[in-house]
Design a protein. Sequence first.
Length: 318
Amino acid sequence: MSLLLPEDEKFKMFKSLAMRVIRTAGCSLLLAALFMMAFIWNATPVAGECASCKAAGSSAEQGALNQQVNRSDMAREMGFSTILISPEEIKILDSSDIIIDISPRSTEYIPGAISIPYDRFIDPAGRLEPIGEMTRILGDAGVSENDSIIIYGECQPCGGGPSAATYVFWMLKFLGHEDVRLLDGGIDDWVAASNPTWSEPARLAPRNYTPAIDADLLATYDFVCSGIPQIIDARTGRDFEAGSIPGAINIPYTSVLDGKKIKNESELEEIFSDLQRERPVVVYTNTGVKASMIWLPLTLLGYDAKVYAWQDWKADQW
C-alpha cells in the first residue's frame, strides 16, 4: 500500500476499512484501525514534506553562508587595494602621483620616479632622524604633505625584500601623510610586466613639508612595559631565543611574505590567529625597519599596531 496517497483516496480507504472493522470485529479492532489510519493520514505525508523542506532550507542556508563569506573576502581584498598598488595600476609620468624609489644605489627606475634612499631617514645609531631632518629631506626632494605618493624599492645590501619600502611607508604615516601607497612587489615585477625603466631618477623642485605627527604609531618604553600591549618580536627565531622583551611572541617578519609580496588576507589571519584583536600590538626588530613588515598587515587587518626597536629596549634597561 502506498503511503503517499491523495487526500480523497485516503479518506475513502479510511471509511471503507472502518466500516469493515465495525461489521466484523467490534470496537476494539476499530480503535486499532483508527490508530493505523492516523499514522497513514498524518505522519507519513508530514515526514515526507519536512524532509524536502529541510533539504531546501539547508541548501538555502549554505548558499547564504557562502555568499556572506565571498562578500567578506571581497571586502578584505578591497581593503588591501587601498594601500597596495599593482604595476598595472601605476600611470607613469602622471603628475598627480609622486613615485619614490627608496632603494640605496638603484640602477633603474620607474619612469618619473624620484630617488630618496630610505637610509637617509636613519641616523648612524639606527634610529629615526629628528622630525625636522626627515621633513627637510622630503621637502628638498620635492615632496609636500599633500602629495599623492607611491613608494617602492628595497635594500639589496640588506638582503632585499620590501621591508625598507614598508618602513618608509610607516614613517610617512607617522609624519601624518594621508595619501601614500606601496607598490605590490618591486622593480622586478615592474620589469616583468614589460614596463619601461629609466637609468636616472627624476628631479623635482624643492617644496615645504609640514608634518602632522601621529605619535600612536611609535611605541614608547613605558607603553611596552605597561602590560597593555601584545608584543611581537619580528626578528629571526635565533635572535628571539638569544634574548627578547618579556612576554613577547616570535613572528618573524618573513612569515608574512610570499616572495617580495605580502601574503593574502586569509593566510595573514591564520598567522595572527593567536592575537586578541581588541588589544593593541607592539612589533619590534633590532632597529624597527623590518618590524614595519609585520606592522603593515596588522594595520590592514584592523589591529592597533605600533613599531618599536630592540635597541631602544636595551638602552632603556640601564
